[in-house]
Write a protein that binds this ligand. Structure first.
Ligand code: ADP
Ligand code: MG
Ligand code: MG
Ligand code: MG
Length: 418
């Protein structure tokens, strides 16, 4: 099939397409005419169908040639499906069991068939309902430590690393969305910005006039654009994580490219912190969500500590990459100096993480794409109170990232604002 053979597969066409694939047909079971097909895409960009037969089910994701949230006026390359597939394959090797199994990919149709995650739900929904997820911290830290470490210069040779960067370099249209919507628009007048008006009008104006903040967000933008440290997921918010009490699965890596590690870790922390601040707005009686909120902040601490611990353990266990050549750190003296440098490396990564977490927060409150954590707080005044607290913490984290030395500094500051 040539490039021109792309077509959007709605229900009937999708049924015919799947019926022509013997392995999927067997997996689903029964007659194709009897398969139940439902469109469930709640994301901003793509179509997702759940298909169920008499034996099993699958999830089918197809990229559209435009941004779903906005429509045909905002074109977006279909190639993102290729990068999503490539990233998902790599993540499946590096973090087995933490992403949905891949069942089929059609490059021309920009279509991928995956394992149906069931009864998993989107984590963000669970957090709005005050559900704690006891497996989450351990699973997400394994995912991040392994995907980031093994795609970095600590684990790859220089040649492998540059080939890997090249394989994702074409995903620049997705990077540009991040560069605009996260690192630029919330800080200037932009048509697509919105916020909880009129309550946050003054705060929105203050951000547009805050030059310290503009310097800080511009430094983060440059770091995002010019730091191919590792293969990052690129959109690792709690809407890209599906969970049950006992399982965690990371989905939707279409924004993947070689970028700064702190962007992924910061995304997870920011989304937990937003769930924390939003929680007050979902309370029906005072203190009702107290235990949940305690779990959220504990999880923030465990995510950083767990990630840093696992990443350092992988590094100590043997780094085969070209960075930090072992020949430069021979003997007892070398080992001690290298260990001190590992700690310093983690501290720099923590500072990046704090800054990126702040950027991920501010865009959800003043930019185009908001999240249900805040949006489902019906009373605008209440929502604005939660949002303003999150913004206050984020402003501090962005402008004075280095003042946050430990993750307890972050959770301590969050607790004071609640
Ligand atoms: P988008 O890129 O448009 O955001 P996602 O990959 O996030 O698309 O998928 C959109 C929604 O489809 C998810 O929020 C989830 O509800 C559902 N979904 C996606 N993948 C699966 C899957 N493997 N199993 C079950 N549901 C899925
Ligand atoms: Mg999504
Ligand atoms: Mg999204
Ligand atoms: Mg997506």
């Amino acid at each position: 099939m040539g490039q021109g053979d792309y077509r959007i597969l709605h229900e009937a066409a999708l049924r015919d397409y799947l019926a022509g694939l013997p392995e999927l047909r067997a997996l689903l079971g029964g007659e194709p005419a009897a398969w139940a097909i439902t469109e469930v895409g709640d994301g901003n960009l793509n179509l997702v169908f759940i298909v169920k037969g008499t034996r099993g089910g699958i999830a089918v994701k197809q990229a559209l040639p435009y941004v779903r949230l906005v429509g045909e006026s905002w074109p977006l390359p279909l190639s993102r499906a290729h990068y999503e597939y490539l990233a998902l394959s790599r993540q499946a090797q590096l973090a087995p069991g933490l992403v949905p199994a891949l069942l089929h990919h059609n490059e021309t149709l920009a279509l991928t068939v995956m394992e149906l995650l069931e009864p998993h739900i989107i984590m963000r929904k669970g957090l709005v309902a005050a559900t704690p997820y006891p497996r989450f911290a351990d699973d997400i830290t394994t995912f991040m430590a392994r995907t980031l470490f093994f795609t970095s210069d600590l684990a790859l040779t220089a040649a492998e690393k540059k080939e890997a960067i090249a394989a994702f370099a074409g995903n620049h249209a997705l990077c540009k969305i991040t560069e605009d919507l996260i690192f630029t628009d919330p800080y200037r007048i932009a048509e697509q910005n919105r916020w909880t008006a009129p309550y946050l009008d003054a705060l929105a104006a203050a951000l547009r006039d805050d030059m310290e903040l503009h310097v800080a967000i511009s430094r983060l933008k440059l770091k995002f654009m010019a730091s191919p440290e590792a293969l990052i997921h690129g959109d690792l918010h709690t809407g890209s994580i599906m969970v049950t009490e006992s399982q965690t699965r990371v989905i939707d890596p279409e924004f993947a490219f070689y970028g700064p590690m702190g962007f992924d870790v910061g995304a997870v922390l920011a989304n937990l912190l937003m769930a924390y601040f939003a929680s007050a707005g979902h309370e029906r009686s005072p203190g009702e969500r107290h235990a949940f909120e305690g779990w959220v902040l504990e999880t923030v601490e465990q995510v950083w500590a767990g990630f840093a611990g696992k990443f350092l353990d992988l590094w100590r266990a043997g780094a085969s990459g070209d960075a930090y050549p072992v020949s430069l750190f021979a003997g007892e003296k070398g080992a001690a100096r290298l260990e001190a440098e590992r700690q310093a490396y983690m501290q720099r990564l923590f500072t990046d993480t704090v800054g990126f977490a702040a950027a991920k927060t501010i865009r959800r409150i003043f930019g185009l794409a908001h999240n249900i954590d805040f949006e489902l707080i019906e009373e605008p005044k209440k929502r604005a109170v939660s949002e303003a607290r999150a913004v206050r913490l984020a402003r501090g984290m962005m402008v004075e990232a280095v003042a946050f030395r430990t993750i307890a500094d972050v959770t301590g500051a969050a607790r004071k604002l609640r």
